[in-house]
Write a protein that binds this ligand. Structure first.
Ligand SMILES: [Zn+2]
Length: 227
């Protein structure tokens, strides 16, 4: 009886996936008729399916499973509320330089000068110093694991993508002060899976087989992270 009760109260751990942008006002990067918001959603759905097949016992939470508008804070809130173990935000890059291509991963930069001010803004409008410090501690607690998550996802994704096309390039694993990552109360990262503005990479990104390779790589990175 006790065991049954414990089982009923324990929810499965989860992974949160965030498809960047969305809704009528935010297409993200666009090229020809292709929109980042739609491609990111397709990819996230593929990652969800790959995780369901490979990561037994975990639930997958999508911040959006349709074309709708969602603030960065709301995206983080969905993942925080579900108490997920990791948050991965998926984006497609764009550049005015058509030669630019490649995959880059980001985790939160807590060294930037603006960092502590952003923490203060996030804590609340009238946050006391102590509230800001607590928020800062909470964020820093996840910094090392976030860096590890972004390394693993980037590495696995790159390997999987290069198995389809060895032209795929790594632009490295970076750090930046991104609001979504700042607001996430768990290890988190953002991945730019390629440049929609580069013709060859765009063709890859639109190809179902390549999309599947990206998704499988992301899922393998997440699996390596939680295990
Ligand atoms: Zn984006």
């Amino acid at each position: 009886m006790l065991i049954l009760l414990a089982a009923a109260l324990t929810t499965a751990p989860c992974i949160a996936l965030d498809a960047g942008h969305g809704g009528p006002r935010d297409d993200g990067t666009t090229a020809l008729e292709h929109k980042e918001k739609m491609l990111a959603l397709q990819l996230v759905r593929r990652v969800r399916d790959a995780l369901k097949g490979s990561l037994a016992g975990y639930d997958v939470v999508l911040t959006r499973d349709e074309d709708k508008e969602l603030s960065l804070i709301d995206r983080a809130r969905i993942a925080n509320k579900a108490g997920c173990r990791a948050l991965i935000s998926v984006h497609i890059n764009g550049s005015v330089e058509p030669v630019m291509h490649g995959i880059e991963a980001y985790s939160l930069d807590t060294q930037k000068q603006r960092y502590i001010r952003r923490v203060g803004e996030l804590a609340s409008a009238q946050a006391s110093d102590i509230e800001v410090i607590l928020r800062d501690l909470k964020t820093r607690r996840h910094a090392a694991r976030s860096a590890q998550l972004s390394e693993l996802v980037h590495q696995n994704m790159l390997r999987s993508a290069q198995s389809i096309d060895d032209d795929v390039r790594s632009n490295g694993v970076r750090k930046d002060l991104l609001l979504l990552l700042l607001a996430a109360d768990m290890p988190s990262m953002l991945i730019e899976v390629g440049y929609l503005s580069n013709r060859r990479e765009r063709e890859r990104l639109l190809d179902a087989r390549y999309q599947q390779a990206l998704a499988t790589g992301i899922a393998a990175g997440v699996k390596a992270f939680v295990q």
